[in-house]
Each structure stands twice: as C-alpha cells, then as structure tokens.
Design a protein. Sequence first.
Length: 176
Amino acid sequence: MLRIILVLLLLIAAACAQAAPASAPQAPDAQQIARQFGPSFQAVSGIPALTADLEGDGAEDAVVVATSENPLLDQAEFHYRVVDPYDAAFGFGDPRITAQFSAQEPHPRLLLVVHNWRAPQQRFVIINVPFDKVSIARVLVKKKTVRAIRAEETAGMKSDLYWDGKKWKWQDAGIE
C-alpha cells in the first residue's frame, strides 16, 4: 500500500513539474535593451540575440545586434562602455575618434554585450566590427579554448571577438 502511495505521489510531482511555467526568457528583449543602454538603441530585426558564457564565469552573457546614431551619447548615464577592438587590433582603438569612421553610414550596426544578462554586471557597445551575421564560436587563444562572438561577412571573411579577462579583443579567423 505504501508503495502505491509513493508511486502516485511521484506521478503527481512529475505532472506538476511539466505544468510549471516556463523559465526566464532566452534572450533580452527590446525593453531590456532600452533599460540597459538607453532609448537611442534599437535591436536589428531578423538577427536573433545570442546567449553564451563569453567570459568564463559560469553566468550567461547576451549579445544583441543593434543600431544607434550616436553610441557614445548615453554611456555615462546608462553605465556602459563603448569599445572598438577591431581598430585597436590595428593600433588605434579610441572609440571617441573611431566612432566617427562609420558616421557616413545611416545606421551602423553595433554589438551590445551584457555580461551576466539576467543580473547585469558589465555592459559594452562594440563598434566598427564588419559583419553581416554573428554567431557564437569556440576559438583557440594562447593554447586555451574560449567562447567568442564570430562575425562573418558575405564575402567570406570571418573574425572573432573574445573577452580576455580585462577587455574585448579582435582576431582574424580567416576566409571561408
């Protein structure tokens, strides 16, 4: 009799677990982007947000492709950092100057990165990285495999953006 009651309790518990509401959202939405980066940023439709542990701390980070006419405008108010690892790899990465490099484009695409996006810690706006699509990749950096943002262009060029523990770095990933 006791076994039958235990089996029934296990079945009821399993049914309740399946009927539980869904967990937290899989990626940040437009409202979260506005709260984290300000109203001048709009997510690019058609390119889904990516989530992965990019800094190796065990917490999920988020990457959103967005546009903004002036990414430097609200960085003091919303406490994010604008970085340019692409131009820094070639020797000059001051975003106050390199942000003007894409000023001729009507709405340059940016990468918004939130470390531990469910309980935001650090936020970055990555500018001037050429890409048509982005994904998460595993790359080898100094004999260590890390997760990175893979930026791909339609011409076949690939590059990787990875967190080195202090800042974002860019490296060429070759041609497809």
